[in-house]
Design a protein around this ligand. Structure first.
Ligand code: 5AD
Ligand code: SF4
Length: 516
């Protein structure tokens, strides 16, 4: 299943590398005195390819026998950067490590293995990881037995792997987003071979079912699909996460049913573009709306999903969401820009008008819908007028909150070859203006809740005051109220009496109903 390509010099600066051996399985090199086994490496051209091969679903995963107790008496620490998809991948990584006998620790100085599950979406996410590698080098010098691994989206980038090989030779393994399940094998090779092991697959990606997952709390993430075929011009995800491929409905439904049985209160269905769910099924006419309808029949109190693409958000889905029940009325619908011209350059494949129509349609069928979004400012060539169009769209849609970003060129994407011509101070000014508007709208949305009694899933104590509990409404609003720790994990009714910019305060109005 590896996609070893021997022509490594295309991607890596091997001018100072000595080739030790080459065979079908791997290439061994020495760089700056460090021996490295390259089993396979990232390759953007491969990562971008979208072939017609059908997706293979593997259901036969197991930990190799000789690694089953390898982690006994050892501790792991996994540090996660980026989106919920990465958070969820870290749950798989932890699940695998625990099946090997490792136990988790928050204290890095106690860990025998530290894995950085990285994010490539913007440059600042990458800078943080390289900064962290600097700290880990100190730990590794103090304790040479410590194993350090880099995985996730950054590992899928050619430039990143090259930089680690050249400058961070103390790293023990690098693996990507498609071969997380290979972790036990990679640990074995790094430990027994005493060399850095690089295994990053760039092929379109299969689906591996039955991987263990370490879930915590009352909310659970469930992958419904992997990858993205949209190729928005600024975005690295289609390269780092591979081709769009959907899990079979029966596998998703069985997993959600099992989580409901275990007592989870909220399920979030995950995919880079959930609205494309099912498009890749050759034998089945079953799409995201059908899946959500099936979710509504499962006895779990709340079901969310993220992330949507406006282009594929169809009427069938809106109609199913209008049914309410356990399908909550929060829709995260990234718009990226309010200007049709910018959207075109971003290759988003919808216009401002189409987006506004869609938002209006959703509001009509789901009257209480809380809409949130993602916006990029300072995309190449974005004029003041085009940015104003973003502000006016934000007002018109009436988002309750938004994730806002300054455009960050990503090597290998089409936008990276457009002139990044908006000065940083202009980008920052636009971001500040946008954030001020969103803050004002968020407060207004929160004010609309005052006087109302809402259902809150209690998540835990608030950060600053242990007698204050924090939870979320169906619309994902953060609520603070006074109550005891026994309420954590339950649904309560809270009457809202005060609105802040980013949360609301209220009073408990009822004795809790202990669901499940
Ligand atoms: N620069 C800035 N923001 C980006 N995003 C994706 N790629 C980039 C980039 N190159 C943002 C988009 C996306 C969110 C997850 O990150 O808004 O929806
Ligand atoms: Fe990136 Fe666009 Fe795919 Fe979202 S839809 S992951 S922004 S390419």
């Amino acid at each position: 299943m590896t996609n070893n390509t021997k022509d490594y010099s295309k991607y890596f600066d091997f001018s100072n590398a000595k080739i030790l051996s080459e065979d079908e399985e791997s290439t061994r090199v020495r760089i700056n005195g460090r021996e490295i086994q390259i089993k396979s490496q990232p390759d953007y051209r491969e990562g971008k390819r979208r072939g017609k091969e059908s997706i293979a679903v593997h259901t036969d995963f197991s930990i190799p026998e000789d690694m089953e107790n390898f982690g006994e008496g050892k501790r792991y620490h996994v540090q996660t950067y980026g989106c919920q998809m990465n958070e969820h991948d870290s749950e798989t990584i932890k699940g695998l490590l625990e099946q090997m006998g490792y136990t988790g620790t928050e204290d890095r100085t106690q860990a025998d293995i530290i894995l950085l599950n990285t994010c490539a979406i913007r440059e600042n996410a990458e800078d943080r990881v390289f900064g962290e590698l600097g700290h880990l080098k100190v730990l590794k010098t103090e304790r040479p037995g410590l194993m350090i691994g880099v995985c996730g989206c950054m590992s899928q980038e050619e430039g990143v792997v090259n930089r680690i090989l050249q400058k961070h030779g103390f790293v023990d393994m690098i693996f990507g987003t498609h071969n997380v399940h290979r972790l036990p094998h990679l640990i074995r090779e790094a430990v027994f071979g005493k060399e850095m092991v690089v295994e990053v697959w760039s092929k379109e990606g299969d689906i591996i079912e039955n991987l263990p997952k370490k879930r915590e709390g009352m909310r659970a993430w469930v992958n419904i699909m992997y990858g993205c075929d949209k190729f928005c011009t600024y975005c690295i995800v289609p390269y780092t996460r591979g081709k769009e491929r959907s899990r079979r409905p029966e596998d998703v439904i069985a997993e959600v049913r099992e989580l409901a049985r275990q007592g989870f209160k909220e399920i979030t269905l995950l995919g880079q573009n959930v609205n494309a769910y099912g498009k890749d099924f050759e034998d089945l006419d079953y799409r995201f709306g059908d899946l959500m309808e099936d979710m509504s029949k499962i006895d779990v109190p709340r079901v969310r999903f993220t992330t949507s693409h406006p282009r594929d958000f169809d009427d069938r889905l809106i109609q199913v969401l209008g049914g309410g029940g356990n399908l909550v009325e929060h829709i995260h619908l990234p718009v990226q820009s309010g200007s049709s011209a910018v959207l075109k350059k971003m290759s988003r494949k919808y216009t401002r008008e189409h987006y506004l129509e869609l938002a209006a349609k959703i509001r009509k069928v789901v009257p209480d819908a809380v809409l949130t979004t993602d916006i990029i400012v300072g995309f190449p060539g974005e004029s003041d007028e085009q940015f104003e169009e973003t502000l006016s769209l934000v007002r018109e849609v009436g988002y309750d909150s938004a994730y806002t970003f300054i455009y960050s060129p990503r090597e290998g994407t089409p936008a990276a070859s457009m002139a990044d011509d908006i000065p940083m101070e202009v980008k920052k000014r636009r971001l500040a203006a946008l954030n001020a508007l969103i803050k004002e709208q968020s407060r207004r949305g929160n004010e609309a809740l005052t006087g109302r009694t809402v259902e809150v899933l209690v998540e835990g104590e608030s950060k600053n005051n242990a007698s204050v509990l924090a939870g979320r409404t169906r619309g994902n609003k953060l609520v603070h109220f006074e109550g005891g720790p026994e309420l954590v994990g339950t649904f309560v009714q809270v009457k809202i009496n005060d609105a802040k910019s980013w949360y609301v305060k209220g009073d408990l109005v009822e004795t809790p109903v202990f669901a499940g």
